[in-house]
Structure formats: structure tokens, C-alpha cells
Design a binder for this molecule. Structure first.
Ligand SMILES: [Zn+2]
Length: 234
């Protein structure tokens, strides 16, 4: 048979657990906001990197096109020289040069084409990243609104629990026991109390002595000899 004190301590323990949950929920709000803001910043960063990569590839493509123009001018010049050749020997030399420059131009053309294709692919990826950023921003706004909406409710709950706890704590007799409980509550929250189940302290799983059990059952406030938690019989 549990004493009145044990019943009261068990109720107090329940309130302390509720307070711990409410405090965790309260702390979760700002944490969720930070996480969603970080995700927005990461999405923005990816976009900046993608834009820089596109800029670099575009520069490469521009350089290649410039080189192509030079090759074409070279070819045109050689063609003129070929047409004006005065001997078979000259003709063969220019023909050979035209073939060589022509294949260089083909390689350049191919590389320039590849660079342009690369830009197209990168642009498509950029579009996707922009869509992702938009949804991240939307999600961050939703999180912010939700946290703000639940905030005042949680604050009220916290206040109510704290005053209920303050009232419930009055069952603990003043003295060394109460001071120890207060210290433990600051350090461990709901871990300041522990129920006794089958003669064992639920906080540390150590056996409570028969003598202590008798004293607790008769309504004395005792602490676990191992973990110092205030004990009550469930
Ligand atoms: Zn214990």
C-alpha cells in the first residue's frame, strides 16, 4: 500500500516528466528553424557553384570559338596561296598545310561543340537547383510559421506545469532531503525522483533495503542510497 507521500511524489514525478517533454518541444522549435535555414543556405551555395562552373565552361567555349575563327582565317589564306601556287611543289606544300590545318579545325570544332553541350546540361541542372531552393525557402517559411504558432501554447503549458510542480513539491519535508532533491532536479530534471518497483530503485536498478522500504511505506521521505533520487513506492 503506497503512502500519501508516495502517491504525491509519483504525481510530482509525472509532472516533472511532462515538463521535460514540454521543454524539449520548446527547444525543438528554434532547432528546426536553424536546420531549415541551413538547408536554404546550402541550396544557395550549390547555385553559386553551378553558376561559376557555367561561367567557366562558357569562357572555355568562347576561347575555342576564337581559335576556330583564327584557324578559318588561316585556311582561307592557305587556300589563296594554293590558288596562286606557281609550281607543283608549292601546290603540294599548301595542300598539305591545308589538310593539316583542316584537321586541327575539325578537332577544335568538336571540342567547342562538346563545351556548348556541357553548358546546356549545366543550365538544366541549374534550373533544378533553383526549383530546389524555392521549395527549401517555402519549407523554411512553413517551419517558422509553425514554430511561432505553437510557441505561445507551449509557453503557457510550461508556466502551468511549473506552478503545478511548485505546488506538488510542497509534500517534500524541508531539510536535507528537500535540498538534495532541488540540486538533483536542477541537474537531472525528472531524474530527481524514482519509483520503486519490486524493491528496486527504477533510477539506478539497485535494491532498496527492507528497512528503507518500511520507512518509505510509512510515509517518510527517503533518497536512494546509490543514486540519491527521492524514492516513492509505485
Ligand atoms: Zn537509485
Amino acid at each position: 500500500m503506497a503512502s500519501d507521500l508516495s502517491i504525491a511524489l509519483s504525481q510530482l514525478h509525472g509532472l516533472l516528466r511532462q515538463l521535460a517533454e514540454a521543454e524539449a518541444a520548446f527547444a525543438d522549435g528554434p532547432r528546426s528553424i536553424t536546420v531549415s535555414e541551413k538547408q536554404v543556405a546550402q541550396a544557395e551555395q550549390k547555385i553559386e557553384e553551378q553558376k561559376a562552373a557555367i561561367k567557366q565552361t562558357r569562357k572555355t567555349a568562347d576561347d575555342l570559338n576564337l581559335k576556330l575563327k583564327t584557324k578559318e582565317a588561316e585556311l582561307k589564306k592557305l587556300q589563296g596561296q594554293l590558288n596562286a601556287a606557281t609550281s607543283n611543289k608549292e601546290f603540294d606544300i599548301f595542300k598539305g598545310q591545308i589538310a593539316s590545318v583542316g584537321s586541327e579545325r575539325a578537332v577544335l570544332e568538336n571540342t567547342a561543340f562538346e563545351a556548348m553541350e556541357e553548358i546546356d546540361v549545366a543550365q538544366a541542372a541549374l534550373k533544378k537547383l533553383e526549383v530546389e531552393l524555392k521549395s527549401r525557402r517555402q519549407a523554411a517559411l512553413t517551419v517558422l510559421a509553425e514554430v511561432q504558432a505553437s510557441r505561445s501554447g507551449l509557453e503557457t503549458t510550461l508556466q502551468e506545469l511549473k506552478s503545478q510542480i511548485a505546488a506538488a513539491e510542497k509534500v517534500i519535508p524541508p531539510g536535507e532531503g528537500l535540498s538534495a532533491y532541488r540540486r538533483l532536479r536542477i541537474a537531472n530534471g525528472a531524474g530527481a525522483l524514482a519509483g520503486i518497483e519490486d524493491d528496486f530503485c527504477e533510477g539506478c536498478n539497485c535494491r532498496v533495503t527492507n528497512q528503507d522500504l518500511v520507512r518509505i511505506r510509512t510515509g517518510e521521505f527517503l533518497r536512494c542510497r546509490e543514486c540519491n533520487r527521492g524514492l516513492y513506492v509505485v
